[in-house]
Design a protein around this ligand. Structure first.
Ligand code: NAD
Length: 425
């Protein structure tokens, strides 16, 4: 591809990750890949460098080396370029296919879109992926938090997040109201007076590529079930359609022995259905019920695929069950590209104090390693983080919930993880 960069350098001691087959999500990854990193705003300045240390140690312990390409967005983008999302940054992530970012503060003021949304849309990262699993030693509100081990695939580009909406009092909103009432025949449906209206687009294209990603992930990671989570009983032509298209992917694009679309799973039990033994089963569930089952039958769910808004709610609820924001990792997947990022934001109150918990960013790096096929390094990171936390070395957010733990700063905690990682390697 070869972009020209204005104010950053491509490191000359690394090699580029190349695409082998974009649709099949196949990359060729050298042992010394160039990986762009945005440390991020607020606590990003603490957790970014800390995560980098742990990721370096895991790469080294498995015979590799990362050539980091530091790029800038948010506050650091504004300082270096006078722009919040410089082209250099977008191009570096585009060209190198695999990157990691810390949290970015969405600037307050008219005309600013969320930088995260802008990045996801510009590079078409259409699946937001959040693995939620328990780490021994993390305080949790649940009786059996270890039962949770699930991965949510949230559609990232459509639904009520598409931004197609009109403000009350504008000519546009009145035009849309008139169209819906008079042309579309909903003349008695909306109350008179001021109104806001938004549109909820769900397309076959957007749905199928997301569900395909979730099913492929389940196959590759030896998971048994994929659950499509919607409010299809109420929003029949959007969420219901998502479910239908999703089941079509399972039925039509994979052999039954590999992927089995369970018929009528919304309303019937599966007891008397002949399911091929090693197949990944794909089932439908309703979102409201799902939020209760996640707590009551936690271990039954493994991979979930859902429209944007459901994914937003459900993945936060799942995250709370295993101990909350400081440890919740995530990543945005596109076709043969990934941008890992912690779920949490820039927590400005804690910024620059060497206090914040870098676990979420470290585990986001783990997800990135897993994506590029560095499973040994990924497992090492998880084991080292778990050994550190269960051994009682934690940051302030976990320390205040545990009497037996030692409170460490961000840097000292990352160093403790590196020590454990080197012992485990
Ligand atoms: P936040 O995640 O920054 O903070 C919420 C709470 O969680 C705070 O009490 C904070 O102290 C705590 N917390 C979060 N991460 C932590 C960590 N690593 N260690 C210890 N405690 C942690 O959410 P917010 O306050 O709603 O948002 C602040 C800013 O971050 C906003 O500008 C928002 O737009 C932005 N944001 C960015 C992203 C992203 O970049 N992906 C995501 C969410 C919010």
């Amino acid at each position: 591809m070869g972009y020209e960069y204005d104010r950053v350098e491509v490191p000359d001691d690394g090699a580029r990750i190349e695409v082998v087959d974009e649709e099949a999500d196949e990359l060729s990854v050298p042992e010394n890949p160039i990986i762009p990193i945005i440390h991020g705003d607020g606590i990003g300045t603490d957790v970014g460098p800390a995560a980098q240390k742990v990721l370096n140690a895991a790469a080294e312990a498995t015979g590799r080396e990362i050539a980091w390409m530091r790029v800038y967005a948010g506050e650091s983008g504004r300082e270096k370029y006078d722009e919040h999302l410089p082209d250099d940054t977008v191009n570096a992530i585009d060209e190198h296919r695999v990157g990691i970012k810390g949290p970015l503060t969405t600037p307050v003021g008219a005309g600013f879109r969320s930088l995260n949304v802008a990045l996801r849309q510009t590079l078409d990262f259409y699946a937001n992926v959040r693995p939620t699993y328990y780490l021994d030693g993390v305080p949790s509100p649940m009786k059996a938090p270890e039962e949770m081990d699930m991965v949510t695939f949230r559609e990232n580009t459509e639904d009520v997040y598409a931004g197609i909406e009109w403000e009350e009092g504008t000519d546009e909103v009145e035009q849309v109201r008139e169209f819906v009432e008079e042309e579309m025949g909903f003349d008695d449906t909306m109350h008179d007076g001021p109104i806001g209206i938004g549109i909820k687009p769900i397309t076959e294209f957007g749905t199928k590529r997301l569900v395909r990603k979730a099913i492929d992930y389940a196959i590759e990671h030896d998971r048994d079930t994929v659950t499509l989570v919607t409010k299809g009983n109420i929003m029949k032509f959007t969420e219901g359609q998502f479910s239908e298209w999703g089941m079509e992917v399972a039925e039509e694009e994979y052999p039954d022995e590999e992927v089995f679309a369970v018929p009528d799973s919304l309303w019937e039990t599966t007891d008397d259905i002949d399911i091929p033994e090693d197949a990944v089963t794909v089932e439908e569930r309703l979102a409201d019920a799902m939020l209760q089952w996640m707590q009551l039958r936690t271990d039954e769910f493994e991979v979930m695929a859902m429209p944007n808004l459901n994914g937003d709610y459900l993945s936060d609820a799942a995250g709370a069950q295993i101990g909350g924001l400081g440890i919740a990792p995530g990543a945005n997947f596109g076709d043969a590209r990934v941008l890992a990022e912690p779920v949490h934001g820039s927590a400005p109150k804690r910024a620059g104090q060497d206090m914040a918990n870098p676990t979420a960013m470290i585990l986001s790096g783990r997800l990135m390693f897993d994506y590029i096929g560095w499973k040994d390094a990924a497992d090492l990171i998880r084991d080292a983080v778990e050994t550190t936390i269960s051994g009682g070395e934690v940051t302030y957010d976990l320390a205040r919930q545990r009497e037996d733990a030692e409170k460490l700063g961000t840097t000292a905690y990352a160093e403790a993880i590196v020590d454990n990682l080197e012992d485990l390697a």
